[in-house]
Write a protein that binds this ligand. Structure first.
Ligand code: ATP
Length: 310
């Protein structure tokens, strides 16, 4: 249908009476690193399991490499490196046996990378799976997802359970995979881990994508938090109608606001007063995300309206 590597349209998944996906639309292009963000229970794992043909959707369309996941078969699966949220592995086998078995299922592909990847992640390959901590099981999952240099990496919270050094190592692996031409689709509920590797992100909330943007576009939308201090208390009316200004507050001689776009009108209004201090800092993307999580695409205005009691 398109040359997108992942494409869903109107995807619905019900678990009994629970609607986990409520018309989810997604398009991930070849070679993109795409972050799939949302709070707990938003539908991230369900989406990923549908992409991997581990769940069948209730309604809607889904394609991976231009085919329904069920139609791809083993050849298609071999092109994908999948890291599930919880890896189900044979408890008695060692990590090495487990990974070599998986390599054998893929015709031996990736076998030669097991030791190198395990070393990077400080994974002891000779311990039985059942004795491994959650973090170490996650490392086995990472090795098996990356070892055959797949064309598509589908990663469900790839850094979950790992310490900060190992989180960084996994993000490096993602960057290296992308540099080698892989498409990456990774879920997370943490923006900061995604923003350093992803070009675009989608935010999912209650089973729908409520926002898709480039990381750069999000930064621009996040705006700046500005504070201006005047020699005398400024008049509310001088600033209230400036289009680029949101969340205007005046306390004593100090005005604070959120600025989106050009500072020109704000500075011209300020120039009518004696300014004794000012700061402007880029707003934390995390703040924008919190608003979008709670209020959807128009997060900033939604938050403003909620604060104003509208
Ligand atoms: P998290 O960040 O917590 O992993 P998520 O975004 O991956 O969350 P999902 O695990 O896809 O969210 O869950 C979406 C919704 O579907 C939630 O309301 C969840 O409770 C429900 N759900 C998930 N799996 C099942 C299941 N097997 N049976 C019934 N409901 C389920």
């Amino acid at each position: 249908m398109t040359d997108a590597v992942i494409r869903t349209r109107g995807l619905v998944k019900d678990y009994g009476r629970t609607r986990a996906l409520a018309g989810l639309d997604l398009e991930v292009g070849a070679g993109e690193v795409f972050g799939f963000l949302g709070p707990n229970g938003a539908g991230k794992t369900t989406t990923i399991r549908v992409l991997m043909d581990l769940l069948r959707p209730t309604a809607g369309e889904v394609e991976v490499f231009g085919r329904a996941p069920a139609a791809g078969g083993p050849a298609q699966r071999a092109r994908i490196g999948y890291l599930p949220g919880e890896l189900a592995l044979a408890p008695r086998a060692t990590a090495r046996e487990q990974l070599e078995h998986l390599a054998a299922l893929r015709g031996g592909r990736g076998r030669d990378r097991i030791v190198g990847l395990a070393e990077r992640l400080a994974l002891d390959l000779d311990r039985p799976m059942r004795t491994l901590s959650k973090g170490n099981r996650q490392k086995v999952g990472v090795v098996q997802a990356f070892m055959h240099a797949p064309d598509l990496l589908v990663l469900d919270e790839p850094t979950s359970g790992l310490d900060p050094l190992l989180q960084r190592e996994v993000l490096d692996l993602i960057r290296e995979g992308a540099a080698a031409g892989a498409t990456v689709f990774m879920s997370s509920h943490l923006l900061h881990e995604v923003e350093s590797v992803a070009e675009r992100v989608a935010i999912v909330r209650e089973g729908r994508v409520v926002d898709v943007d480039s990381v750069r576009g999000l930064r621009e939308r996040a705006g700046q938090r500005v504070s201006l201090t005047f020699a005398e208390a400024p008049a509310w009316s001088d600033f209230a109608s400036i289009g680029e200004v949101d969340d205007l507050r005046i306390a004593g001689h100090t005005l604070t606001c959120l600025l989106h776009g050009s500072p020109d009108a704000l500075l011209k209004a300020a120039a009518g007063h004696r300014v004794v201090g000012w700061t402007a800092r880029d707003r934390d993307l995390e703040d924008l995300f919190m608003d979008v999580y709670r209020f959807g695409r128009d997060g900033v205005n939604g938050a403003k309206e909620a604060r104003d009691g509208r």
